[in-house]
Write a protein that binds this ligand. Sequence first.
Ligand code: UD1
Length: 423
Amino acid sequence: MEQFVIKGGKPLYGTIRVQGAKNAALPILAATLLAGGFHEIRDVPRLSDIDVMDRILRALGVKARWDGNRVKLETSTLKTTRIPEVLMQQMRSSIFLMGPLLARTGEVIVTRPGGCAIGARPIDLHLKGLRLLGAEIQEDHGHIRCSAGKLTGADIHLDLPSVGATENIMMAAVCAEGETVIRNAAREPEIVDLQRFLNRMGADVHGAGTDKVVIRGVRQLHPVSYEIIPDRIVAGTLAVAAVVTGGEILLTHVIPDHMQSTLQLLERAGAQLKSEGDALWVRGGARLKAVGDVVTEPYPGFPTDMQPQIVVLLSLTEGKSKLSEKIFNGRLKHVHELIRMGADLTARDNQVEIRGVPHLSGAVVEATDLRAGAALVTAGLAASGTTHVHGLNHIDRGYERLDATLQLLGGQIQRYHGKVASL
Ligand code: UD1
């Protein structure tokens, strides 16, 4: 099994261009199915989740040709509407194929995605939206068959502002007859990016970024060339790593506006920040201050995907903070590992009480999910001594060569397979 071995205590310095956003790329790759022909998508991060999406598209008959972070997709060769179960189980985001396949062919067959490490993740809102658009949904032993002779616009209220359900319904509705309104829609920047992509293909969607998205059905879409937005969570993770190591970094290819809640929190904790255009300068240095209460919320609130990394930062402040995880049940597994590194934390009922300590110490820890893994790497960079982070398969789902990125910033991190030599 692979592991990162991190020799901590070294401030990060340097400049990094941030990768394209995984959470924008996944629905956009699925949405290419809406229009047959040759698409070109640029700035797609090379991650294991993207590999799974690539394999699903190929299994459906799409031809894909990669050149670095650019992929050319020929989607007119679609040959099936059944997503292989084994791929479906590897990535929850495979449910993004439902909307586009239903819209293009009138049918899609998937298997229900399993639970995951950050808690139960139902898909009832996705299915409710597709039903309201006219799809008939039959479920048998975990196999879900969605079919529709014709999709018709509908007024859909989401009980929760689900990112994935908003995106899936947008993709299903672009060629439906008439107008669809999604109320209580999620407002994440990745939804705005999907709207921009769909409109480039000839769709008529507006309102993304607000809680009401309106989609007027069009007859046909055409293939396009498109560039994915920067990843606000990767940028936030690197910013936290710079701050907790007392370093100074310049991030390029960022949209600081997408990161406001994270940046405000870093500033309250004592980090120095400056942004100009698509660049963000971040500096740590002085002893960090506690920030009181932090609550994860749908965008533009503080993102759940930054929660584990912020727990690391707050663990190293002077004073007490409290963090409440309001989006996912059971997304606190990193707390136990951080306690083993010397953090003073108490977790109960999706809340963590954090009493700051002057430093963390290296330990052998296990990443149980993607962002927990990013948090443990961040903690390892700040800690004294050596940290071994296992469970790299989770980290590779969302960070493109995280070890190489951190090495460029002077971080002492190595990826090992099997037996470990000392650094
Ligand atoms: C997306 C992001 C993920 C992020 C999350 C919340 C992608 C690929 N992933 O996940 O990184 O952590 O948003 O910002 O974009 N829910 C239901 N029923 C549903 C759907 C969701 O009850 O049908 C609940 C979920 O269990 C969760 C909440 O709604 O409690 C928000 O989930 P959602 O916004 O759907 O997250 P994802 O789209 O899966």
